[in-house]
Design a protein around this ligand. Structure first.
Ligand code: NAP
Length: 332
């Protein structure tokens, strides 16, 4: 089968890669589309298998003996697998697969698993986002940022301020951001100052979702973010800072002494319940405070064929950090 293999920091395209075998607890998926994420070029074997890519959408080709009635051959599924999604077939463990949203194409569904699961878990489990919250999304025009804005909206956030380049302002607003900070012109702290140079409490945030720190340009939003969180009140916990990447010190803290009560760094955990919930938000949506029905809608920056040239092009674009949304390969 065709597969994109990431080995010793190099990506290569194979046309005669061995088709994987379905284990008793897994399902074999014929991949129809596969999305890519920065982790795909940052982390390889032995943490992940040699075939690159995590996110997939496809059709159940075969299921293991221990897999129950929840999946049958021919079902349309989506999810994430460390067995590699940039291939014509992949093995999906049950922890990382759910039925595909019916109203999403395979390409759209393949754009979802990592960024939407990360955003949902960040905002819900660490940010404790509740209705009418004021949220800052840093890296708002990228994969996790575009998902984060939509997920924050679905959870009832009232104000969503996105941080991105000025050229992406209208795009980010079209996803639901109520305002935008152009990080090339203004710091997030300057945005929150009043005329006398003090932080305006009205502009502080309940949740700061940081999808940019330590992602390639030397940027670090942690310390400045801590100044911009709302303090605790009688009826509300203080604001929460949730980073999905950070400095080496942050990673060490995460695995050792942990963080202060209002700062977090998280690693997304795949689970079928979250994938099902996200699929429902794509298909059924939610009713916003104005009574309007809204839906999650993955943003596809680039849909590419599954060829050696296109895989190289896709990863170059991903590494540039300039993709507006997700890069997805369509297998046929
Ligand atoms: N912990 C986890 O479980 C987890 C899960 C997924 C991803 N991640 C990590 O999260 C990070 C983001 O992933 P992604 O998929 O969203 O990547 P991405 O799509 O490449 O993100 C690009 C975004 O970063 C923005 N950006 C670039 N430089 C910036 C700066 N100096 N300040 C603010 N924003 C800046 C870009 O804005 P403009 O183009 O508008 O300038 C764009 O919005 C990566 O480091 C990834 O490895 C972690």
């Amino acid at each position: 089968m065709k597969a994109a293999v990431f080995s010793r920091g190099n990506l290569s395209f194979k046309s005669d890669y061995k088709k994987p075998k379905c284990g008793a607890d897994n399902i074999l998926v014929r991949v129809k589309a596969a999305g890519i994420n920065p982790i795909d070029y940052k982390v390889g074997w032995p943490i992940k298998g040699p075939v690159t890519g995590i996110d997939f959408a496809g059709i159940v080709e075969e299921k293991g003996d221990k897999v129950g009635d929840e999946f049958k051959v021919g079902d349309e599924v989506y999810g994430g697998t460390f067995n590699g999604s940039l291939a014509e077939f992949t093995i999906a463990p049950l922890a990382g697969v759910a039925h595909k949203p019916k109203s999403a194409s395979f390409v759209e569904a393949a754009a979802m698993c990592t960024t939407y699961s990360t955003s949902l878990q960040s905002l819900r489990d660490y940010g404790n986002l509740v209705k009418d919250d004021r949220v800052l999304v840093i890296g708002a025009s990228g994969g996790c940022g575009t998902a984060g804005i939509q997920v924050a909206k679905s959870m009832g956030a009232k104000d969503i301020v996105g941080v991105c380049s000025g050229k992406n302002e209208e795009f980010v607003k079209s996803l639901g951001a109520t305002d935008v900070i152009d990080y090339t012109k203004q710091t997030i702290k300057d945005y929150c100052l009043n005329e006398s140079g003090a932080i305006n409490p009205e502009l502080q945030f309940d949740v700061i979702y940081d999808a940019a720190t330590n992602s390639g340009g030397g940027e670090d939003y942690k310390n400045i973010s801590m100044e911009l969180l709302k303090p605790a009140t009688a009826d509300k916990k203080h604001g929460q800072y949730v980073a999905i990447n950070g400095s080496r010190d942050m990673w060490i803290r995460m695995y050792t002494i942990g963080f202060k009560a209002n700062q977090h760094m998280m690693l997304a955990k795949q689970n079928p319940e979250d994938l099902q919930q996200l699929a429902k938000l794509v298909d059924d949506g939610w009713t916003n405070s104005e009574g309007v029905q809204e839906y999650l809608k993955p943003v596809i920056a680039e849909e590419l064929p599954f060829t050696a040239e296109a895989v190289e092009k896709g990863f170059d674009l991903l590494k540039s950090r300039r993709a507006k949304g997700k890069i997805v390969f369509k297998m046929d």
